[in-house]
Design a protein around this ligand. Structure first.
Ligand SMILES: Nc1ncnc2c1ncn2[C@@H]1O[C@H](COP(=O)(O)OP(=O)(O)OP(=O)(O)O)[C@@H](O)[C@H]1O
Ligand SMILES: [Mg+2]
Length: 264
């Protein structure tokens, strides 16, 4: 059986008679990091960091302040250039290519948005510049409803938005374009408890079609939301046994790992 790629994220399976058997999206996707190195001057932040992330899972990225979590996200998203190594994406096992940065959605811990536009104007603009990539577009108000931005706030300038509201606008952006890889750098810290729960549920709902990696310092959040825990320590990535997530002593264990291996 042969896989015929129809579009970037769509394929058809063709049997030996040349008939189309199934048409569907990518059912198997991996983000592969190979020996990523990143230095800032003398400081080696990432020292051959390698890891394979899979679609359908939420990964929690833990590490001490300054461990390099934001740097790693910047390298994956193309915000920053890494010194050596490779970031690849594998789709349906037969395609293995350099990651196209447009496949990555990145929610910064401190969002950068055009403050002179209203939330509504910005989303209209965002939809316009991405219209080739968007499937199943909803109305702007429907997105605002999902993410619970009140009607009166939709037409106010972003300049006056709180940080949590700006994070929400960024969340809407990837609800619109649905990039296969979603990076969230400490995303929920600015949300109030009600919104944080809503966003948590939203992330859980989205996970089956995406690779979601988020960094956090809130261990409880990692326990609630993640399928796997990845620790960034001394420039390398290590997966923790996910059985640890169910362990009542999770916090103590994580503390041990982070304290033990930390060299400044
Ligand atoms: N643009 C830059 N120029 C120089 N050094 C940088 C730059 N960006 C990051 N660094 C350094 O790289 C290291 C990793 O920083 P990074 O922001 O990636 O850490 P982090 O794990 O995200 O930390 P935090 O938990 O505090 O957000 C730090 O020592 C930081 O000072
Ligand atoms: Mg950071």
């Amino acid at each position: 059986m042969e896989n015929l790629r129809l579009r970037d994220d769509f394929y058809a399976k063709i049997d030996h008679k040349g008939e189309i058997v199934t048409v569907g999206g990518i059912d198997n996707m991996k983000l592969i990091l190979e020996d990523i190195e990143k230095n800032y001057g003398e400081k080696q932040v990432l020292k051959k960091a390698s890891f394979t992330f899979e679609k359908g899972k939420i990964y929690g990225l833990l590490g001490r302040n300054g461990a390099g979590k934001t740097t790693l996200f910047n390298c994956i998203s193309g915000e920053d250039i890494y010194d050596s190594g490779k970031v690849k994406i594998e789709e349906n096992e037969n395609i293995n290519k350099e990651l196209d940065f447009s496949k990555v959605g990145y929610v910064f811990s401190e969002p950068v948005l055009p403050e002179f536009l209203t939330g509504y104007e910005f989303l209209k603009f965002y939809i316009d510049i991405n219209k080739d990539k968007i499937q199943d577009l909803l109305s702007i108000d429907e997105y605002f409803d999902i993410i619970k931005i009140h009607e009166e706030d939709r037409y106010r300038l972003i300049k006056g938005y709180s940080q949590g509201m700006k994070n929400k606008i960024q969340m809407i952006c990837f609800l619109i374009t649905r990039p296969p890889v979603i990076l969230l750098d400490e995303p929920l810290t600015s949300f109030d408890v009600v919104v944080a729960l809503e966003i948590k549920n939203l992330i859980k709902k989205m996970k089956s079609n995406h690779i979601i990696i988020f960094s956090t310092h809130i261990l409880q959040l990692a326990v609630d939301l993640c399928d796997e825990i990845v620790v960034l320590n001394n420039g390398i990535l290590e997966e923790l046994d996910h059985e640890l997530l169910k362990n009542p002593e999770f916090e103590e264990k994580i503390m041990e790992v982070l304290k033990e291996d930390y060299h400044d």
